[in-house]
Design a binder for this molecule. Structure first.
Ligand SMILES: C[S@@+](CC[C@H](N)C(=O)[O-])C[C@H]1O[C@@H](n2cnc3c(N)ncnc32)[C@H](O)[C@@H]1O
Length: 255
């Protein structure tokens, strides 16, 4: 597993094809509506781990004033390109910044903080989670909410073993190209609550020749977020919102 490059790193296919892979998962389509329902239109939102701007751009279109922060330059570059395609009025409501959610201080507050699609699970469930919850609390107005979309520990535990020959995604791209994904490595570390995977990305031309191939390392950490939230002064606002097998959105409120 050690030779694989990290997910979303420069030159990675996980960054290049992020939007293709997420668009292929229909279950994820409901997440934007959940965030939009947590604050009134016109509210301010900080997105921790904004990625390619999938959520942030949509919320800016719905009237939110959004600041998106991400650690990955290739993901942010795609978010900038998405922003450039928006109308000037909407683009003015979306600000993108390079930054680390575990150590962020923008010296301002927001009505809503969102840490969408497993972003928190990308960092280990210890000091990094504690610091991210502190970041969320620091950037929230009193009474504001922080939403964390997290994976289901039970599904991580029961994930099927890797089978490098079994395609887990086969998507058509433009010009007849295809994107294929395989799981080359997978193990669940009970001691760390971490699912460690190596996902192979393969881009093929219209004649089935491999144009690019890359094995990339993806780990998800999961544990009960409530003690981390409590330490940051955030209280659970409601039962976690089920996203139909693609995890749950946990909503906390700052008193
Ligand atoms: C699965 S993507 C989610 C992107 C976006 N939120 C969405 O829902 O489409 C996870 C993102 O978290 C970012 N990320 C991981 N660790 C981070 C950190 N410490 N600070 C900021 N962003 C981070 C990654 O670069 C990646 O863009």
């Amino acid at each position: 597993m050690a030779a694989a490059k990290p997910y979303y790193s420069p030159g990675s296919l996980s960054a290049a094809f992020y939007d293709v892979v997420t668009a292929a998962d229909a279950r994820l389509a409901g997440d934007v509506g959940v965030y939009a329902g947590l604050a009134p239109a016109g509210a301010s939102m900080l997105e921790l781990g904004a990625g390619t701007g999938r959520v942030g751009a949509e919320l800016a279109m719905r009237g939110f004033e959004v600041v998106g922060v991400d650690l990955s330059r290739p993901m942010l570059a795609q978010a900038q390109a998405r922003r450039a395609a928006l109308s000037p009025e909407v683009a003015a409501r979306l600000t993108l910044k390079l930054g680390d959610m575990t150590a962020l201080d923008l010296k301002r507050t927001f009505d809503l903080v969102a840490c969408s699609y497993f972003t928190l699970a990308h960092v280990p469930a210890g000091a990094a989670w504690r610091n991210t919850f502190a970041t969320a609390a620091r950037h929230l107005e009193a009474g504001g909410v922080a939403a964390f979309h997290l994976p289901l520990l039970d599904l991580m535990r029961r994930a099927t073993p890797a089978d490098p020959k079994a395609m887990v995604l086969d998507e058509g791209l433009s010009d007849g190209r295809r994107l294929r994904l395989y799981v080359e490595g997978r193990r669940f570390r009970e001691d760390l609550g971490r699912l460690e995977q190596v996902i192979a990305y393969e881009e093929l031309d219209a004649r089935g020749r491999v144009l690019r191939r890359s094995a990339e390392r993806l780990a998800y950490s999961m544990t009960d977020p409530q003690p981390f939230a409590a330490a940051a002064g955030l209280v659970l606002d409601r039962s976690p919102i089920d996203l139909g097998g693609v995890g749950e959105i946990w909503v906390f409120r700052k008193r």
